[in-house]
Design a protein around this ligand. Sequence first.
Ligand SMILES: Nc1ncnc2c1ncn2[C@@H]1O[C@H](COP(=O)(O)OP(=O)(O)O)[C@@H](O)[C@H]1O
Ligand code: SF4
Ligand SMILES: [Mg+2]
Length: 348
Amino acid sequence: MQSAKALDKRKSRAETLLRVENLNVHYRTRRGLVKSVRNVNFELRRRENLAVIGESGSGKTTLGLSLVRLLPRSAEFTANRLEYTGNEQPLDITSCSEETIRQWRWKEVAIVFQAALSAFNPVLRIADQFSDTARAHGIRDKAVIESRALELLELVQLDPKRVLNAYPHELSGGMRQRVLIALALLLEPKVLILDEPTTALDILTQRIVIDLLRKLKEELDLSMIIISHDLSLAAELADRVATMYAGQFVEFGSVNEIFYEPRHPYTQGLISGVPKVQGNMEGLSSIPGSPPDLIDLPPGCKFHERCQYATAICSQKEPTEELIGKNGSEHILSCLRWREINDAAAHH
Ligand SMILES: Nc1ncnc2c1ncn2[C@@H]1O[C@H](COP(=O)(O)OP(=O)(O)O)[C@@H](O)[C@H]1O
Ligand code: SF4
Ligand SMILES: [Mg+2]
């Protein structure tokens, strides 16, 4: 019989799929080190959707790539912990061999990029893209691959007969995005990372993809990390949301906390930029000024040059992550002055 402690341990493993502690990614360039991801901490739980939102250049894609070790050679990455815990035996993503990570990727954690043509091999029909991916992971039975491809294309609401014989360039952007999602699900991963899954699409097609992701969430035992500068996507699909600025998570909380009680001035700026009518959210540019140079970061809070609440302390002292939620909430914030800011807002 297993001890209660061992069972507990197994359970907690199964409930958390990724553990990330103090993750940093720097790109080596001629001008110097670009500090694209800095001290990122989070856990991804089973069946939860986590959205990472933020302005362009804030480090979202770099973060996504580092989680599956797909960074370019010029990148240096370090972490106190970067661990996949979806299996009995946890996997250290930073230190395991290239072969191990290659087998693990797609099978446990798959990443879906923006549906550009470049995400596909242009000379292969969609059917062959499925068999290539399957074969790379040791599935050689043609009948198995074909029936799985059929099933997945139906799941993403495409006509399999039409799509399987097509070349990537013969499909619309929305169809390509859905094929990429189907391909990513081929090996039944537990985690799907989606990088700007709706960005290149027109509004109607965005709707289709959002509905599809919602359906996948309900039907499959799947966690998602949704990376986007599109807030509507996060608002509709996420359980928890992180806002990213200059490589850091500056605020992290439940979808309600982030959208209805944002505490960080940057998050407040992002949220207030959202137009009231549903549609293409271009609203992120509403925060005046531009992000800092990631090679030569300013001292103190990295947002101070653009923050309407900044005082002298903000350009001297770097805020650290602080748990501000009450009653079990895990609302986390990096701002030196959040109490004053919110007291002042309450007086208004
Ligand atoms: N291969 C690279 N070499 C050097 N800098 C890079 C590279 N890729 C991204 N960056 C820089 O890292 C920062 C974060 O980029 P990225 O992760 O793409 O942000 P986001 O996805 O939020 O737009 C940006 O300043 C970008 O210019
Ligand atoms: S620490 Fe200061 S500059 Fe940074 S977000 Fe808070 S108030 Fe603004
Ligand atoms: Mg990006």
